[in-house]
Design a binder for this molecule. Structure first.
Ligand code: COA
Length: 165
């Protein structure tokens, strides 16, 4: 399967929301407003993968301090120092699974985080994706804010990939 990875634009959001619904179902749908605010926070860190039929997958990332994940379902608070990157969400439509789309989107975020000289790339993994992230070098990390983890659901795991440059 051939596909291209390019920076996400505001015009991609309807298609991105459709991919999110396919990946997680209606229960996990985020609002277009909140997602676009994340994209605008770090536009160079948000990407889509597309083929001739449209958007196959997306990734949102942004700068964020390293001690705990950001709150979910609300606009990102302003922060004074953001020495880390946070990968908010990576999802691929089921028809494209296993063809390197997720890997290509992750590589784009990692490259951005390295270029921005972030110390580490953090994320919150859903319970069934922990192994996926471990295979990409992430390790579980205790969050400094246990209440921030509650919104991410049972079994969610705060994880970190140190970036050596
Ligand atoms: C996780 C996800 C993004 C992977 O996308 P993808 O395009 O299929 O990934 P790639 O093709 O780059 O990589 C596939 C590899 O990852 C492995 N993999 C995929 N999902 C996995 C999972 N949940 N746990 C462990 N390994 C997984 C595959 O077995 C395959 O391994 P291989 O390369 O050794 O054959 C995709 O399955 C998805 O959208 N899942 C639902 C959303 C989700 O859980 N996102 C993560 C949120 S924290």
């Amino acid at each position: 399967m051939s596909f291209d990875v390019r920076p996400m634009t505001a015009a991609d959001l309807p298609a991105v929301l459709q991919v999110q619904r396919q990946a997680y179902g209606d229960a996990y749908q985020e609002s277009a407003e909140v997602l676009d605010a994340k994209r605008r926070r770090s536009p160079a860190a948000c990407w889509v993968a597309c083929d001739a039929q449209g958007v196959l997958g997306y990734v949102f990332a942004h700068d964020w301090p390293g001690a705990a994940p950001p709150p979910l379902h609300c606009p990102l608070p302003e922060v004074a120092a953001a020495q880390c990157a946070f990968l908010h969400d990576l999802a691929v439509v089921p028809r494209a699974h296993g063809r390197g789309v997720g890997g290509a989107l992750f590589a784009a975020v990692r490259q951005w985080a390295l270029g921005a000289r972030h110390e580490a790339l953090n994320l919150v993994s859903l319970v069934n994706a922990v192994r996926y992230w471990q295979q990409r070098g992430f390790a579980p990390l205790a969050s400094a804010d246990a209440s921030a983890m509650l919104a991410y659901g049972d079994g969610a795991c705060f994880m970190r990939l140190p970036l050596d440059g």
